[in-house]
Design a protein around this ligand. Structure first.
Ligand SMILES: *Cc1c(COP(=O)(O)O)cnc(C)c1O
Length: 375
């Protein structure tokens, strides 16, 4: 059996290496490294996949979130609500723009931001909500979209971990993660479900005015070369990355299916294990398992992690510290105990190897060892 890896980018590349290599050398031979035709093609393909009017590439997922906030024209002091149990990018970009990150706690079963606490956090200064579809499953978008209408707020989705997930609204409408809010954002960081060979990101919207603004913001605020209409940044998707993504987008659904298959294997192995709580699935959202994250109960999570490591099985803790307890965000004035669900999750979650190349042999080896430890 091949050694178990947390992610296996090389194994995935090997299966499509010819296509990828041809695409890369195509860009090199054309020398259209910045804003080349591959970028436009990819933006069009991605917009079609997500069923949105506009997709705009940018330098990375964090820049996408920042450009989204900039496009909404928010003013210093405006409040933006996001979750404390996530990667830092949402809180980081809100804070960086002089806006106020307002953090809320998590639902213990879905790991996503708590809809009811989100409503409670709304004040007269609230301008936007940034839900993060954590680990690959969408937040309660029926409820959050309702809040946006009721309180006249914008929704910026962080779909960095959920590209390809479907959300079914109560009225039967189905939308893709990232295509639900006023603006959707994603990342093409190599380990994401749709990853490139470096940094990359994109924004989505159905609003022509926002799309035009975003397009300017990520390219120095220019619509016409050397004419700055607005203050922008330099955050473009490289042509080489776009060419790679154009190939990989064709396989995204296949990739997500193979992750789902691995998740089912894990589910079946752990469903009746009293010390392991398998990730819950909601009725509304499909799950694309960016991570397979279990919760331990009645055992020491860190000891399980060490035991697995001793058997050459990697595992990761996403995330060990919630945003509100990070040193950089002390100034928000939170203390331990403010968001008990998130704090508890930080102590009990464990993400197992999850990628497109896991074999049944490897899955059996991983699950047998988890079962042995928890016996
Ligand atoms: C990866 C990730 C980001 C940031 O994307 P980068 O491309 O690394 O900037 C933001 N939010 C979430 C939830 C992520 O997983």
């Amino acid at each position: 059996m091949e050694a178990v890896k947390m992610v296996d980018l090389k194994g995935q590349y090997d299966k499509i290496s010819q296509e990828i290599d041809t695409a890369i050398s195509g860009v090199i031979n054309s020398s259209a490294f910045i804003n080349g035709p591959d970028v436009k093609t990819f933006e069009n393909n991605l917009a079609a996949y997500l069923n949105v009017k506009y997709a705009i590439g940018c330098g990375n997922g964090t820049d996408a979130l920042q450009a989204a906030l900039m496009a909404l024209g928010l003013k210093p002091g405006d409040e933006v609500i996001t979750t404390t149990f996530t990667f830092v990018s949402t809180a980081e970009t809100i804070a960086l723009l002089g806006l106020k990150p307002v953090l809320v706690d998590t639902e213990p079963d879905t790991f996503n931001m708590c809809p009811r606490q989100t409503e409670k956090a709304i004040t007269s200064r609230t301008r936007a909500i940034m839900p993060v579809h954590l680990y690959g499953q969408c937040c309660n978008m029926d409820f959050l979209s309702g809040l946006a209408v009721k309180y006249n707020l914008n929704i910026i989705e962080d779909a960095a971990q959920a590209l390809g997930a479907d959300y079914t609204f109560a009225d039967g409408q189905v939308k893709k993660a990232g295509a639900i809010g006023h603006i959707g954002c994603t990342s093409f960081f190599p380990t994401k479900n749709l990853g490139c060979f470096g940094d990359g990101g994109a924004l989505f919207t159905n609003n022509a005015e926002l799309a035009e603004k975003i397009r300017m913001i990520v390219n120095h605020g220019m619509k016409v070369k050397y004419r700055q209409e607005t203050i922008g940044v330099n955050s473009r998707l490289d042509s080489i990355q776009a060419a790679i993504l154009n190939i990989k987008l064709k396989y995204l659904d296949v990739y997500n299916d193979s992750r789902r298959k691995a998740a089912e294997y894990y589910d079946n192995a752990f469903r009746d294990n009293p010390k392991i709580i398998i990730p819950s699935r909601t009725r509304q959202s499909s799950h694309i398992f960016h991570q397979y994250t279990l919760k331990t109960t009645g055992i020491d999570r860190d000891e399980l992690k060490r035991f697995l490591a001793s058997r050459q099985i990697p595992s990761m803790i996403y995330y060990p510290v919630p945003v509100h307890l990070q040193n950089a965000y002390r100034y928000l004035g939170h203390k331990e105990g403010d968001f008990p669900v998130s704090e508890r999750l930080c102590k009990t979650v464990l993400s197992l190897p999850m990628h497109t190349e896991l074999s049944d042999k490897q899955l059996e080896y991983i699950t047998d060892n988890v079962t042995e430890y928890t016996k």
